[in-house]
Design a protein around this ligand. Structure first.
Ligand code: AMP
Length: 746
């Protein structure tokens, strides 16, 4: 136990040093092992010239741009001095030559960035996407469903590495949100009776605008056709748009999401957009409901739908959750589960599918108390924010801003919404989304539902452009209000005042006897109307009644109310508490979209070798944590490998033993493509593993001399070492790519 503790300390120290040495160069750290243990040497080194990450390249491009701008200024001022005869022309020529060189550097950095990050022209993006999805499908991260029957668009199976990664991402989500925030987790059925989705508004309004090919009947999403057309004309370098047309197209592109059917139709006509597959005319846009309808039970008389989101399950359980939480607010309900949307024409791989896993949170709170107790923890987090004002401005670029400032300046509606934006940013970064390619875009005014006062989407840049991966909405009290009304169940919370308060209350007291005599069968409708009046309407009626009888209109019919039929009064009453309908902040995550974005951000090809693909996942999401390689397919090496593997498994580190006997280079290449972060190589001697493997960490177990108890002790240290390393988030975007530190156990 003493030796293990010492080993753990050494390994932790080594791991810190190794992490630092990722910055370049090499470090050799001989350490004396405690007496009685085999000797252990930690080494790390840089194997191949550093390949820059997208983030480092973005910085390099920015630096090169700044250098070009500065040199441009120098050239201008030298030219001015030349005119005044203060300097020779050779000085200007030299400065111009330097400027040209700098421009070449800038260009090459820009090209490199496009290659690494799938940025740049649509052609480069498509090439990058084809490469990434090629590896993902070949290595069975995902598979088009029902492939032997020609598949159906919008459905995908996850294969072995995909399943592991999905598990790891949802597990990380549960840890980051459910456990760290003490949320109340639920699991509800996907089949949902119509009454629930009628109340929520989905039956009436969960629609997208569709157009059809007027000859073939093929269906397309109207807004997508317009978006693709606008992107193409804005990018077209051969036929550049005039300044005005460009401005108009960019503005339309930024606001496609908020167009009505009429405006969308007008824009499709204006740009003469045709069906993409046939170039035939298209129909005007019309609304199409995205829910899959079904019937429940053998008689088929109970209409149901596959849920289009998991959120409704949380709302309908609100009353029980509140009771479970001791009647106290705020609290959050959370659910991970599958949702179903009959997407019109899904053609974007995992990004737009018809069955997908959502992870949703409904944070219930008093609408008068939207502060969050833990907001200070994220106030300094500064993601790229693409506010409404920035989207409508000329530059159309997001800006990094601290969440503290964004809430203080009213850019984000309230602290709780800001808190969840911060937590979402940290989660996405933790699982491997490059923060430089992530932004939070605020919904434009008409994009939001009427009940919502602020919504932000976490968007991630991929080869498909900016993709919404998480929606964060302040939904007010809408959801509980509509479910309370439809179910006739009280979904209010009670707030007890610290001190009793005198509150002005208005009271409507209908005179039922007189109303009954006057209106007979319609008396109930009149009484209900009077009792249901808002304070404002009631006070207006009161002032009219002071002058005599007044007419009211109920469902199109007019009734004359006399002053003796109703008493309306305002008075001060002492109250010890009040009932209110809680408001909701809803962060809604699409797990498949996040995974796909993460795949693209983790992917790169080795320099000069397009066939050597690498996924550099963060340790927490990697599908397997380690690969164990006996150098040769020999019984004595296989025996150690299998023992190491058993030990790794016992400590919860998933691993693969590769005894294929392929060259070690080939086996490293396979782990590269699967994104396995650690390797344990069992060898006859301690040596540096072959260059050009991506593994951020390798362990070489050397079988030198006779096998001894000492060797098994060393093997026992490996899981501990890897376990502690796998908890360490080795920086995804920059460091690990250039080095391959290895622990050598001799
Ligand atoms: P929404 O309820 O439309 O805001 O969606 C919430 C989240 O679910 C989005 O941010 C996406 O990540 C995900 N999502 C929505 N529709 C799909 C789809 N068709 N395929 C995959 N993910 C989706």
């Amino acid at each position: 136990a003493e030796h293990l503790a010492a080993a753990a300390t050494l390994l932790r120290r080594a791991s810190n040093l190794l992490a630092r040495s990722f910055l370049g160069g090499a470090a050799v750290l001989p350490q004396q092992w405690p007496v009685g243990c085999p000797q252990v040497t930690f080494r790390c080194w840089c194997t191949s010239p550093a390949r820059m990450s997208a983030e480092a390249l973005e910085k390099a491009v920015e630096a090169a741009q700044a250098a070009v701008a500065k040199q441009g200024d120098t050239v201008r001022s030298l030219k001015a001095e030349l005119k005044e005869g203060k300097i020779e022309k050779t000085a200007v020529d030299a400065a111009i030559a330097e400027l040209k060189n700098m421009r070449l550097v800038l260009e090459s950095k820009q090209q490199e960035l496009e290659k690494v990050a799938g940025k740049g022209s649509s052609q480069t993006k498509e090439l990058f996407r084809a490469q990434v999805s090629g590896v993902l499908e070949r290595r069975l991260f995902y598979i088009p469903s029902f492939r032997i029957y020609n598949s159906v668009a919008g459905f995908y199976d996850y294969g072995p590495p995909g399943c592991s990664i999905k598990q790891n991402v949802t597990q990380a989500w549960r840890q980051h949100f459910v456990l760290e925030e003490n949320m109340l987790e639920l699991e509800c059925p996907a089949v949902t009776p119509e009454v629930v989705l009628k109340a929520s508004g989905h039956v009436e309004r969960f629609t997208d605008f569709m157009v059809t090919d007027t000859k073939t009947g093929e269906c397309y999403r109207a807004d997508h056709l317009l978006e693709h057309h606008l992107e193409a004309i804005l990018e077209d370098k051969k036929n550049p748009l005039a300044a005005d047309a460009k401005k108009e197209a960019s503005h339309l592109l930024a606001t496609v999401g908020e167009l009505s059917a009429e405006s969308l139709g007008a824009a499709l006509t204006k740009y003469d957009i045709k069906a993409p597959d046939t170039a035939n005319d298209i129909s005007p846009p019309f609304a199409f409901n995205l829910m899959f309808k079904t019937s429940i039970g053998p008689k088929g008389d109970l209409v149901g739908y596959l849920r289009p989101e998991t959120a409704q399950g949380i709302f309908v359980n609100f009353r029980d959750l509140l009771y479970y939480n001791g009647g106290k607010l705020p609290f959050a309900g959370a659910q991970i589960g599958n949702s179903y949307r009959n997407e019109i024409s899904p053609r974007a791989g995992l990004l737009r599918v018809r069955e997908f896993t959502q992870a949703e949170i409904e944070h219930f709170m008093n609408p008068a108390e939207t502060e969050h107790p833990k907001f200070a923890a994220v106030a300094q987090v500064a993601p790229l924010l693409y506010s409404r004002a920035l989207q409508m401005g000329d530059e159309k670029k997001p800006k990094a801003m601290s969440l503290g400032d964004a809430v203080a300046n009213g850019i984000i509606d309230n602290q709780t919404l800001g808190y969840f934006i911060g937590r979402t940013y940290l989660f996405l970064e933790k699982i491997g989304i490059n923060p430089a390619r992530m932004r939070f875009r605020q919904h434009l005014q008409h994009e939001m539902a009427h009940y919502s006062s602020d919504c932000w989407d976490a968007e991630v840049e991929t080869s498909y452009g900016w993709v919404e991966c998480v929606g964060l909405a302040y939904r007010g009290a809408y959801d509980l209000t509509v479910h309370s009304k439809a179910s006739k169940i009280d979904l209010n919370a009670h707030e007890k005042f610290a001190e009793p308060r005198m509150v002005e209350q208005f009271k409507v007291s209908p005179n039922r006897k007189e109303i009954g005599t006057s209106f007979k069968k319609e008396a109930k409708a009149v009484t209900d109307f009077l009792e249901g009046m808002s304070e404002c309407d009631a006070m207006e009626l009161k002032s009219k009644l002071e002058a005599g009888p007044a007419d009211v209109s109920i469902d199109g019919a007019t009734y004359t109310i006399t002053p003796s039929m109703v008493g309306i009064e305002k008075k001060m009453v002492k109250m010890t508490g009040r009932n209110y309908t809680p408001a909701v902040v809803e962060p809604s995550f699409g797990i498949g979209r996040i995974m796909y974005a993460m795949f693209e951000h983790a992917y790169y090809c080795r320099d000069g070798d397009e066939s050597r693909s690498v996924f550099r996942f963060t340790n927490i999401v990697a599908p397997s944590k380690a690969c164990v390689f006996p150098l040769l397919n020999k019984p004595e090496l296989n025996e150690i490998a299998s023992k190491v593997s058993t030990m790794l498994t016992a400590t919860g580190l998933s691993n693969i033993v590769d005894t294929t006997g392929n060259t070690i280079g080939k086996r490293y290449a396979r782990t590269d493509e699967l994104g396995i972060p650690f390797a344990v190589t069992v060898d006859y001697q301690v040596r540096v593993p072959p260059v050009r493997c991506c593994l951020p960490f390798g362990v070489v177990v050397a079988l030198t001399g006779r096998r001894s108890v000492g060797l098994w002790r060393v093997c026992a240290l490996i899981p501990k070492a890897l376990n502690s390393l796998s908890q360490t988030a080795i920086n995804q975007h920059g460091s690990a790519r250039c080095g391959r530190p290895t622990l050598l156990f001799a």
